[in-house]
Design a protein around this ligand. Structure first.
Ligand code: DAH
Length: 340
């Protein structure tokens, strides 16, 4: 019996091939489930006791040499294939990996956050499903106030209290003032909802960034200076004008225009020939709002502002249709690359 094994060991040692199929057949013949080695292992129990030791040793030797043979044939075959260039030029550059890109809304949002965090503003967030108090009443928009008409609202529930999709991120300033003590410097980016017809210029879902600054002796000139800093950082344009306007939560209120210029045909088109573009609303926080949020208007004053991120992104990237932001067309999205 042991001689038979020895004969197999010789066969194993002599075996040579450079074909992958032959190596596999060899492996199956010796090491496979129904292979020679398993037959010998099964035979073990029938071997007389005094021969068991030699038999076992020989079988193990056969096993090891068969395994070693398979390994060495495989690795020499691989080296040969590599030498022949079967795997191609291994020094060639790798296939590019598609790493994706941020959405333009996120890029612009992050830029705005960066600009304001450089002057000490933190970032705050609030819920998209709001109650009447935070979205309207606390902001000096009591029930039946006509200014509520400025924002067509999606109501979720009207009884016992009004629950709605927030129409602006100004709701977050109320929450922030309720939960934090002055001085306050915060910006609140987020998604807002309005029951508006979808067109190239407006959508029922969009994004805003709200800003709030509350401290002692904050004045309108602090507001203006902050806005000039912001427009210079974001657009590289420092010429702005504040047009008197009305928001219930600020007094006085203003709309901010930046001077875009009239260099190109596009400048003419988007500024309707005036060179000026409206980019946000702002004002001094109305004392009633401070009171509603438990801040003493005799001790503290502050300013607030709010802007639409889509509008700013459309200006920065010259995008003509707001709907493109939500279609997730890769040909559109892949054009935006940013480290932010
Ligand atoms: N909430 C306003 C809107 O959605 C934007 C706004 C205007 C916010 C003036 C402000 C502000 O904080 O002071 O149209």
């Amino acid at each position: 019996m042991t001689d038979k094994i020895r004969a197999y060991i010789d066969e194993v040692e002599q075996f040579s091939t450079d074909k992958i199929e032959d190596i596999e057949n060899f492996r199956i013949k010796f090491l496979g489930k129904k292979g020679i080695l398993n037959d010998f292992f099964a035979e073990f129990k029938n071997v007389p006791n005094e021969q068991k030791k030699d038999f076992g040793k020989a079988v193990n030797e056969l096993k090891e040499s068969a395994q070693a043979k398979v390994e060495s044939l495989k690795s020499s075959l691989e080296t040969k294939l590599e030498d022949k260039g079967v795997y191609g030029d291994l020094t060639r550059p790798a296939e590019p990996i598609d790493i994706g890109a941020r959405h333009p809304i996120s890029i612009v949002k992050n830029q705005i956050i960066n600009i304001f965090s450089n002057i000490g503003f933190n970032v705050s967030e609030g819920p998209e499903i709001e109650n009447d108090w935070h979205n309207f009443t606390a902001l000096n928009l009591p029930e039946y106030h006509p200014a509520r008409d400025m924002q067509d609202t999606f109501f979720i529930q009207t009884n016992p209290e009004d629950i709605l999709l927030r129409t602006h991120t100004s709701s977050v300033q109320v929450r922030y003032m309720e939960e934090n003590k002055a001085p306050i410097r915060t910006i609140s980016p987020g998604r807002v909802f309005r029951n508006e017809d979808i067109s190239a210029r407006s959508h029922c879902i969009f994004h805003q960034v709200e800003g709030l600054y509350i401290d002692k002796n904050v004045s309108f000139k602090d507001l203006k200076q902050t806005l000039i800093y912001f427009t210079t950082e974001l657009f590289g344009k420092s010429k702005i004008r504040l047009r008197p306007s009305y928001f219930p939560f600020t007094e006085p209120s203003a709309e901010v225009d930046i001077y875009w210029g009239l260099q190109t045909e596009t400048d003419y088109r988007i500024t309707k020939g005036t060179g000026w573009l409206e980019i946000m609303g702002c004002g001094m926080v109305d004392p009633n709002v401070l009171k509603n949020c438990n801040i003493d208007p005799k001790e503290y004053t502050g300013f607030a502002f709010g802007m639409g991120i889509e509008r700013i992104a459309m200006l920065l990237y010259q995008i003509g249709d707001i709907r493109m932001f939500y279609e997730n067309d890769l040909r559109f999205l892949e054009q935006f690359k940013s480290s932010l």
